[in-house]
Design a protein around this ligand. Structure first.
Ligand code: XMP
Ligand code: MG
Length: 180
């Protein structure tokens, strides 16, 4: 069982569900105040379980879509984000709510946010299940955060190690021998 590879659980399924109720209420209040209909965009693949848990609690009108991006390190100039799979709905003149699994260095979200502004989005907000502030290199904060996690590699609830463990219903840390 994949559960056997887990050293410790950081966030339980119940804690995630409860937090999604709170986040959904907060997000709903903000969009109702603005009176706008956002496009909720999940960043594949890590956001899928969190996105599902969150949006089923929204009682305000919204549209949903997905996209897959890779931001790359090294020689590429900042401002580059490769779109592996684009969304279907146009972002032009729309408020966007980006759904992400984790904000780590911040590179991905800095790039994606810039890209949405270039596409003509009127507003870009970010909701992330996890935040790992100790790793931040780029100046960005999610508007809504589920849980702050320590500087450890985490898996589960969408987050993977070599594409595995996304299906775990909790957030956990892998046993060291799994990496070796
Ligand atoms: P940046 O650095 O752009 O990274 O904020 C965001 C992406 O990096 C991945 N990431 C992780 N994936 N466990 C994972 O399974 C982690 O602890 C972790 N930290 C970063 C993730 O894909 C995220 O979208
Ligand atoms: Mg990701």
């Amino acid at each position: 069982m994949v559960q056997d590879d887990i050293l410790k659980v950081l966030v339980t399924e119940e804690e995630i569900e409860q937090r999604c109720v709170e986040l959904a209420e907060q997000i709903e209040a903000d969009y109702q105040k603005e009176g706008t209909v956002p496009v909720v965009v999940g960043l594949l693949k890590g956001s899928v379980p969190f996105m599902a848990e969150l949006i089923k609690r929204f009682k305000f009108p919204c549209e949903i879509d997905f996209m897959k991006v890779s931001s790359y390190d090294g020689t590429e100039s900042i401002g580059d984000v490769r779109i592996d799979l684009d969304m279907q709905i146009s972002a032009k003149e729309r408020p966007i709510l980006l759904v992400e699994d984790i904000v780590d260095t911040g590179r991905t979200l800095v790039e994606v946010k810039k890209m949405f502004k270039n596409k003509g989005a009127t507003d870009v907000k970010i909701v992330s299940l996890l935040d790992k502030p100790d790793r931040r290199e780029f100046e960005i904060e999610a508007d809504y955060v589920g849980f702050t996690v320590p500087n450890e590699f985490v898996v589960g609830y969408g987050l993977d190690y070599n594409q595995k463990y996304r299906n775990l219903p909790f957030i956990g840390v892998l046993k060291p021998e799994i990496y070796e």
